[in-house]
Design a binder for this molecule. Structure first.
Ligand code: PMV
Length: 310
């Protein structure tokens, strides 16, 4: 038997523009986890996958070709040179909110790949896990930038540009984030599709917004490297304004953002695909409680406080 875990994630700055080749910064959130356990089953039983939190029970030999968890299982087995279906029961658990910008799909697939390799006694590196998970992410998202599978598989804050090796942030000054869930599920595929249609209709306008987001991401990186939280908070706010002009914000998100800022957050923005899902607020030790309360009062379903770096 082998058990493996993978974290949730937040995009700190740069979502959507990252799909168009601009940089983004993302970080793992270890307070929320996906867990996969592979157990040997009776000889001839074949391979079954149970994901109780999403009410899913798959038999590998019957699963549709495009079912993401079956895709990633088949790819992992092929990579291991296993041609015959193993007799396994695989259990998946997750407390990462689904379709909420926290990488739940990538985390489930990452835990699954690690557990499969672990069960076979093979050590697997983050780049291999990330590449396998990317293939399954394509079924959730269409044409994902690759940021979700990368940050979840590396388990470190990263600077990410599609097609380039990710740059982990080794020495990051500690940052305190409050992450609040609107409770509204918003599939990334839909918001990414919306932005793509708008970009196709007016490429000059959207390319200009993506360039402005890239400048924000670079300024955010400088602020993070200097431990300048106030400057980073300003970049969160600037990024949010640009996400508003992309059309991926919403009234429930704006309510949470306003509540966090009024309670003393240094900056706040939606995180991930937008419309629903989660927002993030940059807080300090002396404002974290007030911001948490304000987010709950503004309608947050769940607030997670996480520390990055330090
Ligand atoms: O999975 P989410 O909701 O965190 O969104 C991923 C970020 C996007 O930039 C919107 C899409 C992508 O593929 O990078």
């Amino acid at each position: 038997m082998f058990t493996a875990t993978a974290p949730g994630k937040v995009i700190l700055v740069g979502e959507h523009a990252v799909v168009y080749g601009r940089p983004a910064i993302a970080a793992p959130v270890w307070q929320t986890l996906a867990t996969a356990t592979v157990r040997p089953a009776a000889p001839g039983a074949g391979c079954s996958i149970f994901a109780r939190d999403i009410d899913l029970h798959l038999r590998l030999n019957e699963a549709a070709a495009e079912e993401p968890l079956a895709v990633v299982t088949r790819l992992a087995l092929a990579q291991l040179g296993i041609n015959q279906e193993p007799d396994w029961q695989i259990d998946l658990r997750s407390d990462i909110p689904i379709a909420s910008g926290m990488g739940s799909g990538a985390a489930l697939s990452t835990a699954l790949v690690r557990a499969i390799f672990g069960q076979c006694g093979v050590v697997v590196d983050a780049a291999t896990v990330s590449a396998l998970v990317y293939e399954s992410e394509r079924f959730y998202h269409g044409a994902p930038s690759g940021i979700d599978n990368t940050v979840v598989a590396y388990g470190q804050p990263i600077w990410f540009v599609t097609g380039q090796p990710p740059e982990p942030f080794a020495a990051l000054a500690p940052l305190l984030l409050a992450i609040a869930d609107t409770g509204i599920r918003s599939p990334t595929k839909e918001t990414v599709g919306y932005v793509r249609r708008a970009w196709q209709q007016d490429p000059n306008r959207y390319e200009a917004i993506f360039d402005e987001i890239a400048a924000v991401v670079k300024a955010a990186r400088r602020a993070m490297e200097h431990g300048d939280r106030a400057a980073l908070g300003k970049q969160f706010d600037a990024n949010q304004m640009l996400l508003e002009s992309l059309g991926v914000s919403s009234a429930p998100l704006r309510k949470l953002l306003a509540g966090a800022r009024a309670a003393g957050a240094l900056g706040a923005k939606l995180s991930g695909g937008g419309r629903g899902g989660n927002m993030i607020a940059l807080v300090q030790e002396d404002t974290v409680n007030a911001v948490q309360d304000a987010l709950a009062a503004a309608g947050a379903r769940r607030v997670i406080v996480t520390q990055l770096g330090g």
